[in-house]
Ligand binder design. Structure first.
Ligand SMILES: Cc1cc2nc3c(=O)[nH]c(=O)nc-3n(C[C@H](O)[C@H](O)[C@H](O)COP(=O)(O)O)c2cc1C
Length: 222
């Protein structure tokens, strides 16, 4: 491959960061990882991060190729992490073929990362109905207008579909389309990462012992 001279390359080498705000010791970690997760999520929200609930969801497509994208965490219930999307999207297609996936949270201000592996299941339709009803009118119409991940000719085509749907639903209650709803991500492994000086970061892993149904906690080298 021909080497490109990109002006960003020297900048990349000049970015150096020492992590020194927090520590993560075993005695601070709750034995239930979802409680530990909740603590860290609250900390992230408290920093004023308006994307504190943004998470990278990675799925695997049929040919083994992984794919990642950001989705928003909307609830922690049914033993897992809830997000909403289009059931005919690329990610939904990946999940249909392989329900194993991973989540990643990165909270820059706190120098923290959480990696989670698990399995994805459909959320009960009632939950999706309830959540959909709470969304603003335009977002509800948007769910009807977008065939997420399908190809489209240009922006105008999308805007026209949206305009038509706005007219169609004007003054009406917008029902949840069947192709739109929630998933719940059920974790089987968590890793809490806290940046520390000299790259000697703290990494605490929780792994579900499937037979005993308990979480085993271990520390990993940075
Ligand atoms: C901050 C942020 C939040 C997002 N939240 C969602 C979400 O909650 N649900 C969703 O379907 N897509 C969300 N997206 C868009 C996805 O990243 C992605 O583009 C879309 O879901 C299509 O992905 P797919 O083609 O892999 O199915 C978000 C993107 C960003 C950057």
């Amino acid at each position: 491959m021909k080497d490109q001279k990109l002006t960003v390359n020297p900048l990349l080498n000049s970015i150096r960061k020492e992590y020194e705000i927090h520590v993560l010791l075993e005695e601070q970690c709750h034995k239930d990882p979802v409680i530990q997760f909740e603590r860290w999520l609250k900390d992230a929200i408290d920093t004023g991060d308006d994307h504190a609930n943004a998470m990278v969801l990675s799925t695997v497509q049929a040919n083994g190729m992984p794919d990642s994208r950001v989705v928003l965490l909307r609830n922690i219930s049914y033993g897992g992490f809830t997000f909403y999307t289009n059931y005919k999207s690329k990610k939904a297609n990946d999940i249909n073929g392989n329900s194993k996936a991973s989540l990643l949270f990165f909270w820059k201000e706190l120098e923290r990362q959480i990696r989670i592996q698990g399995e994805i299941k459909f959320l009960p339709t009632k939950e999706s109905d309830d959540y959909f009803r709470e969304r603003p009118f335009e977002s509800r119409v948007g769910a009807w207008a977008s065939q997420q991940s399908s190809e489209i000719k240009n922006r105008k085509e999308l805007d026209d579909v949206f305009e038509n749907k706005l007219k169609e639903f004007a003054g009406q209650d917008v029902p949840r389309p069947e192709h739109w709803g929630g998933y719940v991500f059920l974790p089987s492994r968590y890793e809490f990462w806290q940046g520390r000086p000299s790259r000697l970061h703290d990494r605490i892993q929780y792994q579900m012992d499937g037979t005993k149904k308990i979480w085993n906690r271990t520390r990993l080298m940075p």
